[in-house]
Write a protein that binds this ligand. Structure first.
Ligand code: F3S
Length: 275
């Protein structure tokens, strides 16, 4: 049986950086926490807990210690609240997300009507919205772009993990809405790279294993893409592999979402090779 790893898979730069920053700020007395789970991967969150980094849902749960901001980022109010509470804030916001946040702020300060292209409920999009001083409009579809009122000055930023093709299509609809339109293509290549590599590999194998949290949007998307090409299973850990999946399978492809750590990928890879 041949087992092939996708050319790009697993932790992206921003997630790897955030997990490392969290580990560097671990505390044995339980006073270091990330605001929200650091990434959408329960195994990583659990491991960090044993290393001395917990999770809080709001700053109201902390009266001392270190709060670590995850790669998705947060709005400016959280920085202020952490300061008021006397907390040590460690910022692990991905630099690509930071760029989108600061672009939204700059455009809003310069009098542009800000449009964020992205998923309304995504924490990163919420954080970019906060940096626009709560003034941006979030647009997720071409129809929503069409429904927008025209503006003298329009500034556009994008969720870093949004699809490049969809961004282009929505921007085309926005072009009619202003004569002065400033577009910041704040898309990160990590998502596109992983999707393209998964698609290429899925076309060459009999079965794809997509590893990552079931609550991870980017892993679920990878599984959907692969399922269009071949038999595909979305798993969180190596324990979920089932013998009957491997009947009559000669080539297996493996990919993993941007929030899946190397150690889980290695476990799955080894288990497949030992069949
Ligand atoms: Fe950053 Fe891109 Fe990952 S924006 S968190 S490197 S997907």
């Amino acid at each position: 049986m041949e087992v092939i790893l996708a050319d790009y898979l697993g932790f992206c730069y921003g997630v790897k950086r955030a997990v490392t920053i969290a580990q560097e700020n671990a505390s044995a007395d339980g006073t270091a926490s990330t605001l929200g789970p650091i990434i959408h991967n329960p195994q990583v969150v659990e491991r960090l807990k044993t290393e001395g980094v917990g999770t809080v849902d709001t700053l109201a749960e902390m009266d001392r210690g270190t709060v670590i901001i995850r790669s998705h980022g947060v709005g400016p109010d959280i920085y202020e609240e952490a300061e008021k509470r006397g907390l040590n804030l460690v910022d692990a916001t991905c630099p690509h997300v930071k760029k989108a946040q600061l672009s939204a702020k700059k455009l809003a300060d310069e009098g542009y009507k800000v449009v964020i292209i992205g998923e309304k409920k995504h924490p990163e999009v919420r954080s970019i919205f906060e940096w626009s001083d709560g003034k941006a409009t979030i647009v997720e579809t071409e129809e929503e772009a069409d429904a927008l009122e025209s503006s003298a000055k329009l500034g556009v930023v994008c969720q870093t993990t949004f699809s490049g093709d969809r961004f282009k299509s929505i921007v085309n609809h926005l072009l009619e809405k202003s004569r002065d339109i400033h577009i910041q293509r704040t898309i990160c290549t990590a998502t596109d790279q992983r999707q393209k590599a998964a698609l290429d590999l899925a076309a060459k194998v009999d079965m794809m294993l997509v590893i990552g949290g079931r609550n991870s949007a980017n892993t679920t998307r990878l599984a959907q893409i692969c399922a269009e090409k071949c038999l595909t299973y979305h798993i969180e850990t190596a324990e979920e592999l089932q013998d009957e999946w491997f009947d009559k399978i000669e080539k297996i492809g493996i990919t993993a979402g941007a929030s899946t750590p190397d150690w889980i990928i290695k476990e799955v890879y080894k288990k497949c090779q030992n069949r």
